[in-house]
Ligand binder design. Structure first.
Ligand SMILES: [Zn+2]
Length: 111
């Protein structure tokens, strides 16, 4: 892969990382504890609230996974391993990296 291409992917990864960080910060700021006091909320809305909390946890977990693969990708750039599949060591299709610059495996190894 060309140096200029890697530079572009690096910038994209850094942008993504920043986006996630900003998003995370705004979520934390807006997070409200779920009201579980039975006298204040009905059974159904309590279940709704718990479901919403569950979903929020799930998306948070996904964001953390994403952040981890971005950081790993950035480390691979530093060590000149970027652009190669971590499983079969083949060159990655740059079209794939354009869709998701943090992907670590080629299409064949991804599934
Ligand atoms: Zn592969």
């Amino acid at each position: 892969m060309k140096k200029s291409e890697i530079k572009q992917f690096k910038q994209k990864l850094l942008d993504l990382k920043e986006e996630l960080r900003v998003f995370e910060a705004s979520v934390e700021a807006n997070a409200e504890p779920v009201e579980l006091d039975q006298s204040k909320v009905g059974r159904l809305s309590r279940m709704d609230a718990m479901q919403a909390q569950q979903m929020a946890l799930e998306t948070k977990r996904r964001r953390q996974d994403q952040l981890r693969s971005i950081q790993t990708a950035l480390r691979r750039i530093e060590s000149d391993d970027y652009g190669y599949c971590i499983q079969c060591d083949e060159t990655m299709d740059s079209r794939r990296l354009k869709v998701d610059p943090s992907s670590a495996k080629c299409i064949k190894c991804a599934d």
